[in-house]
Write a protein that binds this ligand. Structure first.
Ligand SMILES: [Fe+2]
Length: 292
């Protein structure tokens, strides 16, 4: 067998129970292991292209195995080629003939009508995955520096406490979804989650601020290596976080959008330069084609 092939067969295991020699031999069938065929093809990210359409596959700037021993090559290959690529191809199909066809990815999220369920799912998935893959890198991890580290220390107490809260939030996320580090308009940080493939910018979610970092908490992102150990996966993520990229996101945002944030006064009253008002939360509308 090719060493690059890792096959987990559906095993109908037989357990032989022998109570005494020559007296009782009972063969008991136990439930089969779920069928999971994992073949690391050893391909290269650069070999993949999206089908014809408005959106291209994000070009992963490293090889699948480059994040080992933290994130394994098989998971990275499947994640990129069997999840992100199909989402891009699906998005290219579902935007055809719609108002979204002429928009870039982020404007689609900001102008999204929740009745467009296929666009919501695929545009969110592509945006979230692109953001996720941009946010990880080989020989990365460690701690951020500069303004971002200052903000983390200010808003979480310490970098270690931030990691603990981010991992804990990820572990507690029910079902599939995403964990995010967000900055508000003053550069203050907080951790949120979004369900399914929802992105923070989606009109109607009522989430304010800008994303800096995200973690994919769908099973396909971790189950091959970490199985059900979501906490181990979330903690390992911090060995591959591309803090240079996250610092770049935070710096770009703070320079372009943030008014000066004023530290709480001596009386403890928080006095931001302006008052942020959360957008009203819109409930998802039924898919009945009644809107637009
Ligand atoms: Fe994913």
């Amino acid at each position: 067998m090719n060493k690059k092939q890792l096959l987990i067969f559906p095993i109908l295991a037989s357990v032989v129970v022998s109570c005494k020699k020559d007296t009782l031999v009972e063969v008991v069938d136990v439930p089969a292991t779920p069928i999971v065929a994992v073949e690391q093809k050893g391909g290269k990210p650069s070999e993949l292209k999206a089908a014809e359409g408005a959106f291209q596959l994000y070009e992963l700037p490293f090889e699948y195995r480059s994040l080992e021993p933290y994130f394994d090559g098989a998971t990275m290959e499947f994640h990129y080629s069997k999840h992100l690529l199909p989402y891009v191809n699906a998005l290219n199909k579902v935007v055809v003939g719609t108002k979204y066809e002429v928009l870039e990815l982020e404007p689609i999220l900001k102008n999204l009508n929740f009745s467009d369920a296929d666009v919501r799912n695929n545009a969110g998935a592509v945006y979230n995955h692109n953001f996720f893959f941009e946010g990880i890198a080989p020989k990365a991890g460690g701690e951020p520096e500069g303004e971002l580290l200052d903000a983390i220390n200010r808003d979480f107490g310490s970098f270690g406490e931030f990691v603990r809260q981010f991992s804990e939030t990820s572990v507690r996320l029910n079902g599939s979804g995403w964990t995010w580090l967000m900055s508000d308009k003053y550069g203050r940080l907080r951790i949120i989650t979004t369900p399914n493939n929802d992105a923070p910018q989606m009109k109607g979610l009522g989430i304010t601020g800008t994303p800096l970092l995200n973690l994919d908490m769908w099973e396909h992102a971790y189950y091959l290596k970490f199985q059900n150990k979501k906490r181990e996966y979330a903690n390992t993520f911090f060995s591959v976080v591309n803090w240079d990229k996250v610092e770049q996101r935070y710096g770009a945002f703070s320079k372009s959008a943030a008014p000066a944030y004023q530290e709480p006064s001596a009386t403890g009253t928080e006095t931001p330069a302006t008052t942020e008002t959360a957008a009203p939360v819109e409930k998802p509308k039924p898919v009945d084609g009644s809107e637009e």
